[in-house]
Design a protein around this ligand. Structure first.
Ligand code: 6GU
Length: 225
């Protein structure tokens, strides 16, 4: 998979996407991330990328031309499955959408900033608008990092058996069960007996029960979906 990210702050993305599993996905050639600094497409000698909004009001708006030039430059080289705009008024990101997007070949992600982008960009190019939750961030970059991390780890071959996504919270609409490692006794708290039993079928049954209980207590809304 190839992901092109258009942003005014590439530094905010290079570190989160350059470590651990995301770096390994790129080293293995399973994921390519290309950061494009919108400023490089800015207009005039000041490389302008935003301007005052028509009708007045506080806050700048990202201009059409730099974004348009960047997107069309990319589209001239390959076809894109989706052009995603990160914005608090987009659809709320869920695991199901991460699963869906992990099967795509080429994505563009546009990070919103300031008061947003000129509506005509949304109309002409954007195929999907995504928010990562009901709170406001100063820009779409951290949200894009969240999106790419969640998609990237689902690409076949990125995770090994030990880190497998199959048993993640949300993958079956259930939260993950509690986990334990050594020591067997920590400050008087011991590991549940069943996990030491070696009886794999019983252990899986226990894990499922714990997942159900945890979901019912913490996120009953997931059981209704
Ligand atoms: Cl995608 N962008 C911004 N600026 N804030 C957000 C968001 C996105 N998702 C949740 N809050």
């Amino acid at each position: 998979m190839r992901i092109d990210i258009i942003t005014v702050l590439p530094e905010l993305l290079s570190s989160p996407l350059g470590h651990s599993i995301m770096q390994r996905a790129q080293d293995k050639g399973l994921l390519e991330i290309h950061l494009h600094n919108l400023r490089d497409y800015g207009l005039g000698k000041h490389k302008q990328v935003d301007d005052y909004q028509y009708g007045g009001g506080a806050g700048m708006v990202m201009m059409c031309e730099p974004i348009s030039n960047c997107i069309e430059g990319l589209q001239a080289q390959r076809a894109y499955d989706e052009i995603i705009f990160m914005t608090p008024d987009g659809q709320t990101f869920k695991q199901g959408l991460a699963n869906h997007l992990s099967l795509k070949d080429n994505l563009i992600i546009l990070c919103g900033h300031y008061k947003g982008v000129d509506e005509r960009i949304r109309k002409k190019y954007i195929t999907m608008e995504i928010s990562i939750g009901d709170y406001v961030l100063s820009g779409g970059e951290l949200a894009a990092a969240v999106l790419v991390d969640s998609i990237g780890r689902l690409i076949p071959g990125v995770l090994n058996d030990e880190t497998s996504a199959l048993f993640d919270s949300f993958q079956d609409q259930l939260l993950a069960p509690p986990v334990y490692t050594r020591p067997e006794n920590f400050e008087g708290m011991s590991v549940p007996e069943i996990l030491l039993s070696g009886h794999q079928a019983k252990i899986e049954e226990w894990r499922h029960t714990m997942s159900m209980n945890r979901t019912r207590e913490r996120r009953p809304d997931l059981l209704e979906e």
